[in-house]
Design a protein around this ligand. Structure first.
Ligand SMILES: Cc1cc2nc3c(=O)[nH]c(=O)nc-3n(C[C@H](O)[C@H](O)[C@H](O)COP(=O)(O)OP(=O)(O)OC[C@H]3O[C@@H](n4cnc5c(N)ncnc54)[C@H](O)[C@@H]3O)c2cc1C
Length: 292
């Protein structure tokens, strides 16, 4: 929204009372890069909470009041405060929600009620990295859970039911020219989940820097300290960041270690990737810090 409004010449202020913009996707150490891009494009980010609105004549919004007692003049307010599952209909029918607030389903997408399956944005799913139930309302989760629920509902009682294997939770956003992508756990999530985890961040290049268009790529890997198992990754950059993150998704699924990742023969071709891909450089750095 900020980008679209700036493209139309609208002045934009983001009020972010939490740890920072995109804090569910990006760890602390890379977040300043995101905020710098916003700033460069004229978006003001303020560490304040909106606590009230002032109406002008005719009921149109005139300003936002913040928890610091500031009044920010405006003509439009966009509330972007996260997403919650709308489970009212299902809960009224006695479908049980899980701890996340989304509907609880088993691996076959069955709810607690006979002959009622659920899928998509209203269900919680299993995170493969640690088995925890999480809420990940994203399109791939919706497609994949829908396929399982549909199959099982259509074949009820006949044949082998399909099971949903879970998610690692990969997502990306574009912040003006910056690709911001993450998969698996952030460092704080890994530690909260009981992992003894460390993180390394490297800055490398999208492709050979002598060639035109090469841009820095920042890779952060979250790794289990003792075994070196990859738990999560974040990639940022103006080129080649989002789809590099995708490379790590199957490795997160299969519990690869950074030692194994650094031995991958990823592409080296000057216009596409440097001789050591940023993922290899990051895995090398992480492997040095792993203590068996
Ligand atoms: C602006 C936006 C951008 C997004 N971008 C991305 C992205 O880039 N990548 C990504 O992975 N995900 C993205 N998502 C999330 C993705 O769109 C959702 O995860 C996905 O659409 C969920 O699919 P769903 O079928 O569960 O729900 P929906 O697509 O919301 O479909 C639910 C349907 O149920 C209907 N419905 C609701 N109540 C009733 C009722 N009582 N009776 C009958 N029908 C009803 C609704 O009208 C709707 O058609 C985005 C979401 C939004 C809003």
């Amino acid at each position: 929204m900020a980008e679209a409004l700036r493209a139309r010449g609208v002045r934009v202020t983001i009020l972010e009372p939490g740890p920072g913009v995109l804090h569910t996707l990006v760890d602390d150490d890379l977040r300043p890069l995101v905020e710098a891009v916003l700033q460069r494009h004229g978006v003001i980010v303020r560490r304040e909470r909106a606590v009230g609105l002032d109406d002008g004549p005719g009921g149109a919004v005139r300003s936002v009041l913040t928890d610091r007692g500031e009044r920010i003049g405006c003509q439009l307010v966009v509330l972007a405060m996260g997403i919650e599952p709308n489970t009212d209909l299902a809960v009224a029918a006695k479908v049980r929600p899980g701890d996340t607030g989304a509907l609880a389903v088993d691996d076959c997408m069955r709810t607690n009620l006979p002959n009622v399956w659920a899928c998509g944005d209203c269900v919680e799913v299993r995170r493969v990295i640690d088995g925890k139930k999480v809420y990940r309302p994203l399109a791939p989760t919706a497609f994949r859970t829908a396929r399982v629920a549909g199959h099982n509902a259509a074949r009820r009682g006949r044949g082998q039911p399909k099971a949903f294997p879970g998610v690692v939770g990969a997502a990306a956003v574009k912040v003006f020219d910056l690709e911001v992508a993450g998969a698996g756990l952030r460092l704080d999530e890994a530690r909260d989940g009981g992992f003894e985890a460390l993180a390394v961040t490297v800055r490398h290049w999208s492709h050979v820097p002598l060639l035109p268009g090469a841009r820095p790529v920042h890779v952060r890997l979250v790794v289990e300290r003792r075994r070196g198992r990859l738990l999560g990754a974040t990639c940022l950059g103006e080129r080649g960041a989002a789809l590099r993150t995708d490379v790590l998704v199957p490795l997160l699924w299969d519990g690869w270690t950074v030692d194994r990742i650094r031995d991958l023969d990823l592409i080296y071709t000057p216009p596409f990737a440097p001789s050591l891909d940023p993922l290899i450089v990051a895995a090398n750095e992480a492997a040095k810090r792993v203590h068996p």
